[in-house]
Write a protein that binds this ligand. Structure first.
Ligand code: G
Ligand code: G
Ligand code: MN
Ligand code: NA
Length: 250
């Protein structure tokens, strides 16, 4: 349980940083924004994956201050970017259901000066099923601020199609496990095409996560998947690299 204690101090000890992974339109290749991904550089143990420490942070409640730091840091960075680039931020179940979460988001938007329409929060279905009534109330308050809400990791965990009807999502992110070999595996292709059909029918853009090859990218583009993210389109990078890329474009 040492990690729980260490997690509590990691924000003030400046051990966290964010990396930013591009999200691109698949028809034109245009950059639409970045997803912020949390990284923990532990002074003795080196880099610890969010897959390891997020569950501990959720259990201990440390996710609330950590999540607020993520939101503040990501929105502050995005407020300095050119154009209307989006910033997507992951929000976990405990954070979503924490007291005054919508007020926290509102305050961060005011403090950073980021336009609400440029912020998208990514929520997994696991976060919603805990208390569906409360989740709906919170999502409505968040939407009233003018921010966007994406369903993350669609197709895994506690997925249920009814969640797409019950909650006011703006985007579906298909989990990367369905994108792997989508161009050569008939089962994966069938599932992805079905999700794209659902998105079209509901009027929701679909983002394919974990695009790793040109074959996967071509398949997705030919099936009119609107947005992609993954190593083939761009690695998660520290803010310095993102800013350097903006400079070289000009
Ligand atoms: O970046 P990576 O693939 O290692 O992320 C692993 C998991 O950690 C993913 O499920 C991702 O959604 C989650 N994650 C990354 N950054 C954050 C964050 O800032 N907050 C929360 N709650 N989860 C995050
Ligand atoms: O669960 P969520 O979608 O928030 O997390 C995305 C995770 O996927 C991040 O940890 C990120 O590092 C990882 N990721 C991003 N692109 C790729 C990819 O092309 N392949 C794989 N395997 N993982 C990826
Ligand atoms: Mn995500
Ligand atoms: Na995901």
């Amino acid at each position: 349980r040492i990690m729980e204690h260490e997690l509590r101090h990691a924000v003030s000890r400046r051990e966290f940083h964010l990396v930013y992974q591009p999200q691109k339109k698949l028809d034109t290749g245009d950059l639409i924004g970045y997803e912020a991904l949390l990284r923990w550089r532990h002074p003795e143990r080196g880099n610890i994956s969010p897959g390891v420490f997020i569950p501990v942070a959720e259990e201990s409640g440390a996710i609330v201050p950590i999540g607020e730091w993520v939101l503040q840091t990501a929105c502050s960075a995005a407020a300095g970017w050119k154009d209307d680039l989006m910033i997507a931020v992951n929000v976990s179940a405990v954070q979503l259901h924490s007291v005054n979460f919508p007020q926290t988001v509102h305050r961060v938007l005011l403090e950073t000066g980021l336009s609400p329409h440029r912020l998208e929060i990514e929520i997994t279905e696991t976060a919603l099923v805990r208390d569906m009534h409360r989740a709906l109330t919170t999502l409505r308050q968040l939407k009233a601020l003018g921010i966007k809400v994406a369903m993350d990791d669609f197709g895994t965990g506690y997925s249920s199609l009814s969640n797409l009807r019950a909650f006011p999502f703006d985007k579906i992110k298909i989990d990367g496990s369905f994108i792997r070999q989508v161009d050569t595996n008939e089962q994966a292709a069938t599932i992805v095409k079905a999700v794209l059909g659902i998105g079209r029918g509901l009027g929701l853009p679909v983002l394919a996560e974990g695009v790793e090859t040109s074959g996967e990218l071509s398949f997705l583009a030919s099936e009119f998947c609107q947005i992609g993210q993954g190593y083939y389109l761009g690695r998660p990078s520290p803010i310095e690299d993102v800013l350097r890329e903006f400079e070289t474009e000009e």
